[in-house]
Every structure is written in structure tokens, then in C-alpha cells.
Design a protein around this ligand. Sequence first.
Ligand SMILES: Cc1cc2nc3c(=O)[nH]c(=O)nc-3n(C[C@H](O)[C@H](O)[C@H](O)COP(=O)(O)OP(=O)(O)OC[C@H]3O[C@@H](n4cnc5c(N)ncnc54)[C@H](O)[C@@H]3O)c2cc1C
Ligand code: FES
Length: 283
Amino acid sequence: MKQTTPSAVRIVAAYDDGQDARHFELAPLSGESIASAVEPGQFFMLSVPGAGEAAFTYAAPPDARGHVQALVRRVGALTSRLFELEPGAVLGLRGPFGRGWPLAELRAQRVLVIAGGCGLAPLCSAVDHLAARGAGALAVIYGARNPDSQVLGVERGRWSGRFPLLETYDHPDDPDQIRGTPIVRLDEACQALGGAPEAALVCGPELMMTRVAAALRDRGLGAGRIWLSLERRMHCGDGRCGHCYLGPSYVCQDGPTYRLDEFQRLQAESPPRATELVSVHHC
Ligand SMILES: Cc1cc2nc3c(=O)[nH]c(=O)nc-3n(C[C@H](O)[C@H](O)[C@H](O)COP(=O)(O)OP(=O)(O)OC[C@H]3O[C@@H](n4cnc5c(N)ncnc54)[C@H](O)[C@@H]3O)c2cc1C
Ligand code: FES
């Protein structure tokens, strides 16, 4: 059942987590409830009083108390207003919406996760899930502009030593840091996995996802084994307004995760749009 009316939540904690990025913990007000069954990769709509409503991914699904984690990048009016709010401020949250990552299909496989910038947020709870499988192998490549712009520091700290986490920087701070896009560490990741990946989950700026997908295809991974998470401007978030179409598909319902072959087919069927739909995880 779609949640069309937001539940009241309050900010219980907030801290800076990367350049112009902030981590928020949101909790339901007493007497309010929020859905607890959330798949990694799904999103919620957050209303900020006086600023409107926007989509954010669950950086972690609601815990037993119903607390939700979100990583927000400041880009415009709504997110700037959110950054001004202190713990205690009340917001509206409805969700979950969309289709998450296909984790059930990846139970015992060698999985490579590749994230760019804030594209790590939609992958964060999928990484936690894959790390806890007890079967298969996992490696993560995380690319950022520079060390200061890396997000989800607590989560990356928690992952350290549990599976290979390979980082890259467009502009490294020191010579030990690897310069380049995530593609420069693809072969190292394959080695760490013990063989070519059997599946890849990718999220980041659209150009990065296109190039990473091509590099994975060059290494023999089929388009049916690569998944992407798209970002489109959302209004209703739940299939009513038609704003987020990709060909005959609504990204808010059929996405935001798509298999690469499915995405390419839908993209070919989608009429070009001026500016609004251009892209994806712009941080
Ligand atoms: C499924 C989904 C999950 C998302 N998850 C997160 C998340 O976890 N963390 C996060 O920080 N952001 C996330 N976003 C993006 C977030 O919804 C936008 O950044 C937010 O709407 C910006 O609102 P604003 O009023 O601050 O900026 P605006 O003033 O609305 O926009 C500022 C600039 O960003 C561009 N922009 C805004 N939204 C989008 C978009 N959806 N696609 C492309 N360009 C856009 C605008 O064109 C403009 O240039 C997600 C979006 C979707 C669709
Ligand atoms: S955002 Fe309204 S249909 Fe997708």
C-alpha cells in the first residue's frame, strides 16, 4: 500500500559527512509509525516545512525503533533548508518507494560494488547486506573527487578489513592515494574477488556509470549482470504524476535500480528531454 500522507519524524542527530554532505538520523514522533520493511536501494520522500518534498535513499533501513539514516548532499533550496535545521526539527516522511537492488539473486556470487561520490548512499545498505551473507565474495570500489569529499565515513570505517574496499580520487592529497576513476582499480578488484565478478552494482554520476559499465562489459560481464541506480526528478514519488518516465517505465516505481540491458532498452524508447532528466547522483 502506497503511503501518500507523510508520517511526522524528527531529526535526532545530524553530522557533517563529506564536503557539503550531512548525515541525518530521523525518528518517528511518538504515536507515528513508519514502514519497517525496506529493501536496500529503495527511497523515501522527505518533506521539509516551507521548502517542499524530495527523494532520498535509505542509507540504512529503519532500525527496531524506526530510526532512518540518510546522507544528504546540499544542492538547492530544500537541501539547504534541511542543513539549517537542528536536532528536534520535525519533517514528514513517506515511503518506501521503488525497487531495490536484486540481492536475493546474488546470494552466493562474487559481487563487485562500484560507487562514485554520493552514489555510495544508495549502495550502503546493500553492501552491509552482502557483507553479512556468509557466502560469495564482495569487493567495493569507491571513487571520490578528493579525500574531503568522501561520504559515509562511519560506514566505511566499519567495513574496513571485512572485505576489499578500494578507493580512488580524481585529486588525491598524497602520493599513496590512487589517482583516477574507479576503473583504474577494476582489475585489482577482480583479483581480490578471486575471479571476474558474477554481478556488479553501480551508482554514481551518469558518465561514470556508463564508463564503468563499458569496462565491466570489456571484462566479460554481461549487461544482464550489471545493475545501476538512476536519479530522476521526482514529484509524487509513487507513480501518480508521470514526471519520472524513462520510456514506458516510471523510475519511481520500476526503478531507481535497473539492470543495464533493461535500462538501455528503455533509454532507446525514451524521447529526449531538455534539462530535467539529464542525470543522476550529481554529487
Ligand atoms: C530515487 C532518488 C534518491 C535520491 N537519494 C538522494 C540521497 O540519498 N541523497 C541526496 O543528497 N540526494 C538524493 N537524491 C537527490 C535529491 O532528491 C535532490 O538532490 C533534491 O531534490 C534536491 O532538492 P533541492 O531543492 O535542494 O535542489 P534543487 O533546487 O531542486 O536542485 C538543485 C540542482 O540539482 C539538480 N537536481 C535536483 N534533483 C535532481 C535529480 N533528481 N536529478 C538530477 N538533477 C537534480 C537541479 O537540476 C539543480 O541543478 C535522490 C533522488 C532520487 C530521485
Ligand atoms: S515521480 Fe510521479 S510518477 Fe514518478
